[in-house]
Design a protein. Sequence first.
Lengths: 262, 257
Amino acid sequence: MLEVKNLHKVYDGHGRRVTAVGDLTFSVPEGQFACVVGPSGCGKTTLLRVLAGLLPATSGEVRVQDAPVTAPPPGLAVVFQEYGRSLFPWLRVRDNVELPLKAQGMARAERRKLAGDALAAVGLSDADGAYPWQLSGGMQQRVAIARAVAFAPKVLLMDEPFAAVDAQTRADLEDLVRSVWQRLGVTLLFVTHDIDEAVYLGQRVIVLSAAPTTVAEDLAVDLPADRDQLTTRSDPRFTELRSQVYARIRKVQAPASEGASA
Amino acid sequence: MRILWRVLLAAGLPVALIAAWWFGSAGSTDFYWPSLSTIIDAFGRTWTWEMFQEQVLPSLWRLLAGYLLAVLLGVALGALIGLSRTVRDLLEPVLEFLRAFPPPVLVPAAILLAGIGDRTKILVIVFGCVWPVLLNTIEGVRARDEVLSDTCRTYRITGLLRLRHLVLRAASPQIVTGARQALPLAIILMVISEMMAANEGLGFTVLQFQRGFQIPEMWSGVLLLGLIGIVLSLLFRLAERSLLGWYHGQRAGQREF
């Protein structure tokens, strides 16, 4: 589970102070699929990096699995947006998936098996001997997801993972993430700027305001658990929810732009 | 067809130059500029298997020992400096000072300290060759990708595993660049150190021929040095291809898109 309490993050450098996250408080219970949306530049990536223990908070507290985060917490995996840069180009797909397991000291046979299962789960059994750069963008992101799956984390963070892939691949990957979440039973925080994606994927959508960031809206997505690109997206309730999120985002953006012109 | 064309392109200029040398020097009566055919004649007579064992092998051994030591030292020190800001701040001024020495200047001092044996020559080669490797390694280690570093941190890939799979591999294209620059330096320093202080070796032999007015033999030694350089750079390219296959593949892929 994830807890964010009065998180505040200021970037200080070259005589310029930028408040990336104003005052953020929310928590994600065990096993929930939560999506975070917000206007661009609202500190979504900052939030995620603080949660992952990659960036210290200026003030406030972040807890993962009931332990305060000071370094990357155990049992937490991150899928980054830049799939091309998060895979090791000098390692084959299989070895990329196995490396975190090797770091845990897992025996070779077991590693091999877990990696094979994870690659099968993302539909990449045939590509295990390839290098990442021999694969398409969507396939590379699948490898990154397989690596997280094999790691079997308790908490999974995803930072706009599909922002750089084409629409069809994106729909496939969305369904893949849903099925992975259901299978692993992880707590999943999915950061995106795409409202439709957030509503389609999550059990809950957290809307952030423009910087300095606060929680503008916290919305439960009461769509059936069995989701499908066609039927779910044409469900009237889906349309209603996405309009609600959209209106909210429009509203949080407006005062910021007025403030900028003043 | 394309392969044939590329071979022709690559071999064209060397063949033309050798032909020009051959015909240009044919029938030369100048004592100091013998014809190429005379030199090749001398080459066959001079560089027998015995001569190779006595004069060339010791040189090659010193060359390889010095070069490999320099690469090892450069990579180890470079990784250390590239990873730690403190070590960098501590060592950088000293390294800048040491780097300013032309390595041959060390030969007389090294002879006093270490004699005229292999140790002096290996030392001089190491001292000259370590710089390109060191500086390129530092750059490569410092420029490693941020996302990949974050990936290692979140998956708790640390220690030796991180050194091997992140730090050194990410820097390997730059390390190879440094090692490539160091290779001809190693040959130069081997020859120079053997000319200044030795009783055997290629540099020594060439100098002996020159002093004994055995001019075609001297030229054949120069030719042999050139051939050694070519063979070494070919071997280097083979090693590079297996080491950096991923790098060239990735770059070729990026150009396609």
